[in-house]
Structures are given as C-alpha cells and as structure tokens.
Design a protein around this ligand. Structure first.
Ligand code: PHE
Length: 453
C-alpha cells in the first residue's frame, strides 16, 4: 500500500490526544494510586517520574522511530528494519500481544459499561457485602458480561472503520477532553469531603522508609504497562505521524499526560475513601467493589450527588478503556489490512469478531467454565499473565536491543532530528539508555516477576 493511501493524523493535538488516549487506561486508575499510597507517597511519584523519563520515554521513542520510519503495521515495520534477520519476530510478538490483550481488555471495559447502567438503574446501593456479591454474581453470569464486551467491541469497531483521521482522531478529540472534565469534577467533589486531607496526605506524604528494590521494580513495571509499551499500539499510531512530528517532545508529552491522569486518579480515590474510613486496594476490586461503596457512603447526605459521582466515575473509566481499546484494535486492524491486502472494514471485522470470541471465552472462564484452567490459572488470568508479564517485557527489551545495537544510527538520527531540521539533543542520552540501562532494567523487572530477586 502506498504512503498516500495510508491514513495519517491531521492535527498535532489530535495526534497527541489519540496517543495519550491509548496510554491512559484502567492502569492509571486501578493500580497507580494504590502503588503510590502504599510505597512512599510523594517519593514513589518522584521515582515513577524518573522511570518515565529514563525508561518510558526512550522505549516510546523506539516505537515512534520504528513506526514512523516504516509507515506500516507493527509486524511489517520491524521487518522493514530487520534486514532479513529474525528481529522481525519482535514485531509479530507486538501484534500478537496487542491482539490477545484486546479480547480480555474488552471484557473489563464491558464491566465499566455495565456499572454505568447499574448506577442509573439504582442497583448500586447496599452494604459492603452487597457490592462484593453484586460484582461476583455479575462477572460469573454467562450472558450479561459477554453482551457488554461485544457492545464495547462494536463501539470500537465503529470508530476504527471510519479511519485514522475521521475515526480515531475525531473520537479522541471528543473523548479525551470529556475524560479530563469528568476526572477534574470528581477530584473537586472528592477533595471537598470532610476529612479529605488524610487521603491527600496518604498520596503525597513522602515516606523514605518504604523505598526498596521492590518499589523501584514496581514503578518500572507500572510505567511500562501504563504507557502501553511493547504491544504495538505506540508503533502503529506512530506509523500515522507526519514527518514534522517532533518525536522527542511527543514522547515527553504523552509521559506527562499519562502520569498527570494517574496522580489525579489518586486525588479522586483517596480523599473520598479516607473521608469514610475505608482503605482503598487495587485492581478490579478497587473500582467495582470498594469505590461504589465509598461513593455511596461519602455522599450519603446527598444521594443524588453520590449517584452523579458514581455515574461520572464509570463513564470516565469507560472512556479511558475505550480509547485504549481503540489503540489496541488498530494494531491488529492495520496488520490484517496490510498483510491480507484487504479493506480496512474487512480487517476490522476480523479483529472485532475474533476478539469478541476471545473476550467471551475469558469472561466464561470466570463463571460457567471455571474448571477450564491452565497451570492453575483461569483463561482470563492466563491472558493477563502471558501478555502483561511475559510478552510485554520481552518485547520491550528486545526492541531496545534492536534499536540500540542493530538499526543503523543514521536512521535513528534522521528520525530524531526530522532529517536535520530540529535539534537532536537527546540522541546521545537515548542511545545510552536503549543500549544499556533500559534492557537491564527490563530484565530486572522480568526476573523480579518470576521471584528471582
Ligand atoms: N496503558 C493502559 C493503562 O494504563 C493499559 C493498556 C494495556 C492499554 C494494553 C492498551 C493496551 O490502562
């Protein structure tokens, strides 16, 4: 397919919002605040920022360069630069990771949609036990979660078939500002609650005694996941960037936006939780069990406000999930379109149908098909584990080695300086980081995950 026929982003702001939309997702809300609060507050946030700068930004630049240089889907992008060597398989791994994540990420995204409607229907009130049971019953039921998964996939499909500019970019320009507005509104409401100061202190109070190697590795892993590195998303979006895009500035902007949203999510969760004396946790139980309960109790004096906040919260989550899902879907759509030489809508249909099927199986594995376990893990957990904890770090590490040691320096320098038209001040530092520091840091995350140290 010629360069002209490929899609591209039309505006700078659209390009930044779309890429940031891919990065900002459930990880920002359900994991970052908890890790920050538990691991030293402001000190953790500081360490996290260092990880974003030293690991996240260089890894993002890797994918920007590969994607924009090749103007192809992720698998072909690596292939073009690999000079016939097996490096191309890293690209295929990225596409596979993106494809597999799409299915199970759609399931969780579907849960968010269900909770919007549960809020409207007035189902989200009761005792803490009730919230627990409600969630357990819902995820294990055979039809509803699958229906919501499919609805989420269809919305994504609708955006994708309208192309890069009229679909992804236009949707991001609407969804991302909406996400910020909702987030700010909930932060304000949460911080105005009596006793909110304790939550703010929990998030920001520096506690140096918590800092150890585990905290560093936790921050590294979180940064990697949160920026959607090594799943093909960044590389695919970068293939739609223009030759004028400043890759370095863009990487810093995305890192900053993603971290900003994560910190704001903390300011949304902790003040409300602490005002009613509930200890927040992480993961699905935080957003589907603890928080509905927190909102109900915190706004018990004004139930209508509580319902509005709960509605705003689940809408916010659905938006965050949707923009990430769009970026994931695009990885496979671009792949099938270009590799099977088919139309965009047909490629998108292949992805939507197969990911609905993966999602359905993942969802059923939490309920009726509970017995279906591999290595003691439900299929849902298995997908999460294989993609997030194995494919992701391996893909990221190999990409660093590929860029640091194999890809010709001229290509890297040209991409970083936009063919000599802008400053390439980052070149030296970037090369050092992707050659040595990043691969070693990612290796450490991988070994840490397997309990080696
Ligand atoms: N970066 C997303 C988040 O923070 C997670 C994600 C994973 C998004 C995979 C896309 C693909 O939630």
């Amino acid at each position: 397919m010629s360069q002209q026929e490929r899609g591209s982003f039309g505006t700078k702001i659209g390009m930044v919002l779309a890429t940031a939309g891919g990065a900002v997702g459930l990880g920002n809300v359900w994991r970052f605040p908890y890790m920050a609060g538990e691991n030293g507050g402001a000190v953790f946030i500081f360490i996290y920022l260092i990880c974003v700068v030293l690991l996240g930004v260089p890894c993002m630049i890797n994918e920007f360069i590969i994607g924009r240089h090749s103007a192809s889907n992720t698998a072909r992008a690596y292939t073009k630069l690999s000079g016939g060597k097996p490096w191309k398989w890293v690209g295929y791994l990225g596409v596979l990771t993106g494809f597999l994540i799409t299915g199970y990420y759609a399931v969780v995204s579907g849960w968010c949609l269900q909770y919007i409607f549960a809020t409207i229907a007035g189902q989200l009130n009761g005792s803490p036990e009730y919230f627990k049971e409600y969630f357990a019953d819902f995820v294990a039921s055979p039809v509803k979660p699958i229906l919501w998964t499919c609805i989420m996939m269809f919305i994504t499909h609708y955006v994708i078939i309208h192309g890069v500019r009229n679909g992804i970019e236009r949707a991001s320009k609407i969804l991302m500002p909406l996400l910020f507005i909702l987030l700010l509104a909930i932060v304000v409401a949460s911080c105005m609650l009596p006793g909110a100061g304790k939550g703010i202190a929990f998030l920001f109070k520096p506690d140096f005694s918590k800092i150890g190697s585990g905290v560093f590795l936790g921050a590294l892993g979180q940064c990697f996941y949160s920026l959607s590195i090594a799943m093909g998303c960044i590389c695919t979006y970068a293939s739609y960037y223009s030759r004028q895009t400043n890759l370095t500035t863009t990487a810093f902007q995305i890192g900053l936006i993603d971290t900003f949203v994560a910190v704001l999510a903390g300011l949304m969760i902790f003040p409300a939780a602490f005002s009613v004396g509930i200890n927040p946790d992480s993961g699905p139980s935080l957003i589907f069990i603890t928080l509905p309960n927190v909102f109900e109790q915190a706004f018990a004096g004004a139930p209508a406000v509580g319902t509005c906040i709960s509605f705003a919260f689940f809408t916010l989550l659905s938006l965050a999930a949707l923009t990430s899902l769009i970026s994931l879907h695009e990885v496979s759509t671009a792949f099938f379109q270009e590799e099977l030489h088919t139309t965009r809508s047909r490629a998108a249909l292949i992805v939507t149908v197969s990911c609905c099927a993966i999602g359905a199986v993942c969802s059923l594995s939490l309920g009726d098909w509970k017995g279906l376990e591999i290595g003691g893990k439900s299929l849902f957990d298995l997908f999460d584990f294989i993609t997030g904890q194995i494919f992701l770090p391996i893909g990221g590490m190999l990409t660093c080695l590929f860029m640091g040691w194999y890809v010709p320096k001229k290509i890297i320098r040209d991409e970083l300086t936009n063919w000599g038209t802008i400053s390439g001040w980052i070149y030296g530092a970037y090369m050092f980081l992707v050659r040595y520091l990043c691969p070693l840091a990612i290796l450490a995350i991988l070994l840490h995950q397997f309990g080696v140290f």
